[in-house]
Design a protein around this ligand. Structure first.
Ligand code: SF4
Length: 135
């Protein structure tokens, strides 16, 4: 049996508790609190203790889906991102940048939220960017 742990940030809220992910034979099996970290001080709430449970869940989406002829079908990331880019460009060109709004998530890291607001402002050209913790 091969075991190691990986320290990371809890994905569930902005408190930012640190987790020690327990990995057994390459498979995530549980979570322990990171004792020395200042955010959680060795404690987790119930969401943090179960933060690993979605990773191997059979209902988890692991590939993009594109609706064609009324049915969702699996697609590659390149195909999905090309479609999103094409549609957002068309909407922006026809209706202006402020016709698009972008919502981020408390489950994202600060770095991911930074990149998303940069995308909204510098690429799309809108200040319509918000975050689910404020909704
Ligand atoms: S363990 Fe609970 S309080 Fe800490 S970051 Fe996760 S959800 Fe938030």
């Amino acid at each position: 049996m091969e075991y190691h742990s990986v320290q990371t940030t809890c994905p569930y809220c902005g408190v930012g508790c640190n987790l020690e992910l327990q990995v057994v034979d390459g498979r995530l099996s549980g979570v322990l609190p990171a004792k020395g970290h200042p955010a959680g001080e060795g404690k987790l709430c119930i969401k943090g203790w179960n933060a690993h449970s979605f990773v191997h869940h059979p209902d988890r989406l692991t590939t993009p889906l594109i609706k064609r002829e009324g049915e969702l079908r699996e697609a590659s990331w390149d195909e999905a991102l090309a479609l999103v880019s094409q549609r957002l460009t068309r909407i922006r060109d026809e209706h202006g940048p402020d016709s698009i709004g972008v919502l981020s998530s408390a489950k994202c890291t600060n770095e991911e939220n930074y990149v998303l607001q940069k995308f909204a402002r510098a690429v799309v050209g809108t200040n319509n960017i918000d975050h689910c913790a404020r909704l």
